[in-house]
Ligand binder design. Structure first.
Ligand code: ADP
Ligand code: ADP
Length: 229
């Protein structure tokens, strides 16, 4: 799903690379936690996978696409394969729950009849059947994140990138969101989740890739948050 080969990112006017010769492979269907202190390069890595920025060196492949070399006109094709979820949900405040999910389908050029069919299915997937007509501000944080996950799941993307998806949620709500991400992963979607949430990482025992100063400090299967515990 993801191949990183010797990936380096040096931001202009910065002396130290944000990513420094990172090499890693994520197979189809894996669930991977990306951890590391603030400034270790997690967001930079996610941005490179989405082609929001280009590496200074190295090769990045996502689903067989050479991300750095991808011509601009093919970037939408890359992004259609990647669902994204963020700490701050990023819902459209002036659209209902159903409207937020519908919008993502509209952007993909789906027909109105297909959208009417798909929106309730997607809301059922995330357990929000009864909330289609609510506005985002009427929802709890956990419910808003569920809408964001429903929206990210349109098109059944092979890859889901989650950047601190539980960062604004209490532990109980976070567990529910993790169960949802696990279920999506069991459906075959590769999940890469950047997080500082040690409780969740320790409870899930999945692969952990830990960055330090832009390098891979640890890459371990069925791991916990702190090494050697
Ligand atoms: P993390 O997500 O792990 O907190 P980042 O990828 O945001 O780490 O940052 C990695 C390093 O790159 C940090 O030193 C940060 O200051 C630097 N950095 C991030 N974005 C930029 C940018 N747009 N311009 C310059 N430096 C940046
Ligand atoms: P908003 O005002 O938030 O944009 P709308 O009610 O205009 O939301 O709906 C936008 C689109 O969302 C509609 O065209 C429709 O396809 C879809 N939609 C809205 N409500 C539902 C619903 N309850 N079930 C399924 N699809 C819906």
């Amino acid at each position: 799903m993801i191949e990183l080969h010797d990936v380096t990112k040096l931001y202009p006017a910065s002396s130290r690379p944000a990513l420094d010769h990172v090499t890693a492979t994520v197979d189809d269907g894996e669930f991977v936690f990306l951890i590391g202190p603030s400034g270790s390069g997690k967001s930079t890595l996610l941005r490179l996978l989405l082609r929001e920025d280009r590496p200074t060196g190295g090769v990045i492949e996502v689903g067989g696409l050479d991300v750095a070399k991808l011509p601009r006109r093919k970037v939408p094709k890359l992004r259609q394969r990647i669902g994204c979820v963020f700490q701050d949900f990023r819902l459209l405040a002036n659209r209902s729950v159903a409207g937020n999910v519908a919008f993502a389908l509209e952007v993909l050029g789906k027909k109105p009849a297909d959208i009417r069919r798909d929106v309730p299915e997607l809301l059922a997937l995330v357990g929000l059947e009864g909330k289609a007509e609510r506005m985002p501000h009427e929802l709890s944080g956990g419910e808003q994140q569920r809408v964001a996950i429903a929206r990210a799941s349109v098109n059944r993307p092979p890859l889901l990138l989650a950047d601190e998806p539980t960062g604004n949620l209490d532990p109980e709500t976070s567990r529910g969101i993790m169960q949802l991400l696990e279920r999506i992963n069991r459906g075959g979607t590769t999940v890469v989740m950047a997080t500082h949430d040690d409780t969740i990482v320790d409870a899930m025992r999945r692969r952990v890739i830990e960055l330090h100063d832009g390098t891979v400090a640890r890459d371990e299967a069925r791991a916990v948050y702190g090494a050697g515990r």
